[in-house]
Design a protein around this ligand. Sequence first.
Ligand code: SAM
Length: 305
Amino acid sequence: MAVRQNTTWKNFLSPMVRFLIDEDKWRRYADSIDWEKQSDRFRRSDIIVPLYYSSQNFHGIEGGYLNPEVAVSYDPVTQYLLPPHETLVRQALIDAVKVHPRRILDLGCGTGSTTLMLKQAFPQAEVIGLDLSPYMLVRAEDKAQSAGLEILWRHGNAETTNFQNAAFDLVTASLLFHEIPNTVSQAILRESFRLLVAGGQILILDGNQKTLRQFEWLNDIFEEPYIREYAAGNLDASMGAAGFEAVRTQDVWWINQVTSGVKPIPVTDVTAQKKRQQYTPRSIDSTIDNNDLEGLGSPVFGIRA
Ligand SMILES: C[S@@+](CC[C@H](N)C(=O)[O-])C[C@H]1O[C@@H](n2cnc3c(N)ncnc32)[C@H](O)[C@@H]1O
């Protein structure tokens, strides 16, 4: 696929955002880090970088997320791309959590902005952020350390994570789906289904598909190679096709949306859960010491108000 030239982003928005951000500050930050050495701590030799990812510029940066420049410029730029306010938009995903998560996986975590908020909201949970770019993970780890948050950062492809079946009770992805082809989204949804316990929840925060369809020109603004494909799709239907139930999308302001789905609980498990609930006093299990949550029962039974 050819890299697009003369986008509105390149010609107009990028210079404007560059004017708004303190470039010197970020340049000093970039220079203070040995990106190759630090990223090597995360880089895994068994990860095969897919072509859709390595062949594209994202937001006009050559090499996309495989260029450490993105890890530095991502946060200062993104704050201007999530109206009315970045934190409010990300908070919509946190507010949509309906389970008591004990183990959370944030796919395509990038510099970890949502991952940090998840850990703050659910301090007892083990939180893992996974991304294909080891440079983004360097920045994410730095942010978590500054905030005093213990989060695990993992280099990996969200399509095939290598985590065990039913290892998580909450899987999230923010601003990932508009940046990947629909076939990849579908693979990530299937992988998320595999990773969740029965009753576990998936939450996807991203651009509002309805709005993007209605206002075509929005798709041209940023250098986003797969955004048209994303806008034409229907995340509710994709989640349904991956096996999720209780799928719902809610608008987040006008420009974003959060989609939630639940991995169904087999009928026999529901009966067993009800019995367990009747006879066992409920305690909050906050220490997860293995990869398998299946024995812990469904998080849906600890549903949040
Ligand atoms: C737009 S950023 C979003 C980052 C972060 N979630 C946020 O909300 O700011 C998209 C991220 O997805 C990552 N990514 C893209 N495809 C991926 C894949 N197949 N597996 C894991 N990460 C992926 C990119 O490296 C990038 O960090």
